[in-house]
Design a protein around this ligand. Structure first.
Ligand SMILES: C[S@@+](CC[C@H](N)C(=O)[O-])C[C@H]1O[C@@H](n2cnc3c(N)ncnc32)[C@H](O)[C@@H]1O
Length: 209
């Protein structure tokens, strides 16, 4: 399999460019339905607690939405793109947004009651390492891990995205992702395919520590 360095730009660089030309807004619109689905699941499984995190938060729109809809003391966002984080802070100056690579970041507030991500984890070469680290070091007991992705083997129309965008994407099947979450140690792992239109869907997977 190719690696991130085999491409002219990294996923973080690509999304920095997207933020510059306003394409973050398109993601906000395109991902909204799936994020709303995940927020409903957070409400069902962990409606109130101390601390939540959106991994790869982009311009922070989902963090803002979660802060409105969930009863948490604090919800933070982390993204590797400077421009995305700048936009997040501009819209929500009192919010907690950090510009960091999610695989290198030393999560200062370590134990999260939920760890959410939308359209992020397939940009990692080894998502299994990050998810294991999340389970062991970042997640509170009884905490919720929830991820959504639109690029996966069964979502056929997504399979040329890596070539189209010129960046690394880790193409895995539903079973691969399901097994990664289970092997990390999460229990009660469940998945859904949330339709985006009549041909495409978001794979949502949830696990409980
Ligand atoms: C498809 S965008 C999704 C953004 C946001 N979750 C949304 O739904 O609008 C993927 C985001 O993941 C971020 N990202 C990708 N790899 C990352 C990494 N290793 N560390 C931090 N952020 C990363 C990118 O900068 C980008 O903002």
């Amino acid at each position: 399999m190719k690696k991130i360095k085999d491409y002219a730009i990294t996923p973080i660089e690509l999304f920095n460019d997207w933020a510059k030309i306003g394409k973050d807004k398109g993601m906000e619109i395109g991902h909204n339905n799936s994020v709303e689905f995940m927020i409903k699941l957070i409400k069902r499984y962990k409606p109130q607690a101390n601390l939540g995190i959106d991994i790869g938060c982009g311009n922070g729109w989902a963090v803002k939405k979660m802060k409105k809809e969930l009863n948490y003391d604090k919800i933070i966002g982390v993204d590797g793109s400077e421009k995305m984080i700048k936009k997040a802070k501009k819209e929500d100056p009192k919010g907690d947004y950090f510009c960091e690579n999610i695989i290198k970041y030393k999560y200062k507030e370590k134990k999260f009651d939920f760890i959410h991500s939308m359209e992020v984890l397939y940009y990692l070469e080894k998502p299994e390492n990050f998810i294991k680290h999340a389970f062991l070091n970042m997640q509170n007991d009884e905490g919720l891990f929830i991820m959504g992705i639109d690029h996966y083997k069964e979502n056929k129309l997504s399979l040329n995205w890596s070539q189209k965008c010129g960046v690394f994407m880790n193409t895995k099947s539903i079973t691969d992702w399901f097994d990664i979450i289970k092997s990390a140690g999460y229990k009660k792992v469940k998945y859904w395919q949330v339709p985006n239109n009549d041909k495409e869907s978001t794979l949502v997977i949830l696990g409980i520590k």
